[in-house]
Ligand binder design. Sequence first.
Ligand SMILES: NC(=O)c1ccc[n+]([C@@H]2O[C@H](COP(=O)([O-])OP(=O)(O)OC[C@H]3O[C@@H](n4cnc5c(N)ncnc54)[C@H](OP(=O)(O)O)[C@@H]3O)[C@@H](O)[C@H]2O)c1
Length: 240
Amino acid sequence: MARTALVTGGSRGIGAAISKALKAEGHNVAATYAGNDGAAAKFTEETGIKTYKWNVGSYEESKAGIARVEEDLGPIDIVVANAGITRDAPFHKMSPEQWQEVIDTNLTGVFNTIHPIWPGMRERGFGRIVVISSINGQKGQFAQVNYAATKAGDLGIVKSLAQEGAAKGITANAVCPGYIATEMVMAVPEKVRESIIGMIPAGRLGEPEEIARCVTFLSSDDAGFINGSTISANGGQFFV
Ligand SMILES: NC(=O)c1ccc[n+]([C@@H]2O[C@H](COP(=O)([O-])OP(=O)(O)OC[C@H]3O[C@@H](n4cnc5c(N)ncnc54)[C@H](OP(=O)(O)O)[C@@H]3O)[C@@H](O)[C@H]2O)c1
């Protein structure tokens, strides 16, 4: 069934692959972004998917942006909380600003994205929520105290929402990607990237489309009995 889907950070990287995959499933898709107007315009030109600009770290901006999307495309049935950032530093060098920026985007941003959509999902008796967490929220990571805290927190959000939404036809699940070949990962020095690949039993980085396929499955009408779960897609790097 064709539904309306919102993908935060849906104009680049993993989010862009998710937006395209949901469109290919026949859904009406809105993709958001934070500031890279050029990338968003190019994405819309190439895919026909409408993009919307707001900071997921702001509740007011999220609420107003979501209202605009619902005005344009109708009530949102599928929400993919994907927008995320890194501000890495070893803990002894991590500034309060680096901590806060990552908390605001990766954790509060998930609250800000889902909370305004939740009442409508409850009223309509249907919803699919997918949060993009990370392998590093499952296992922790050197120089990522801030990032790992948010990604572990995202799993707590999903497990709690699963319990609150189940009776209303709403599911909430998480995908924990391992290292995926996006700008975020390709930006790390080649030597570091090679050492990361050395830790992945599959011997390669993942592709954004491999994460997108997890999302289309979890957001389908058929996935109604899968709730509060986490799909790890990491090439065998870490088992929970
Ligand atoms: N890449 C990986 O290996 C990997 C592994 C595990 C988990 N993840 C998670 O997967 C998600 C996507 O990662 P990616 O590698 O695809 O990232 P990316 O290529 O850097 O793209 C990030 C997207 O999020 C948007 N965004 C960033 N901050 C935002 C904010 N405050 N408000 C609204 N939008 C914002 C960006 O908008 P602009 O274009 O305007 O900047 C962009 O569209 C993240 O949550 C990340 O933590 C990634």
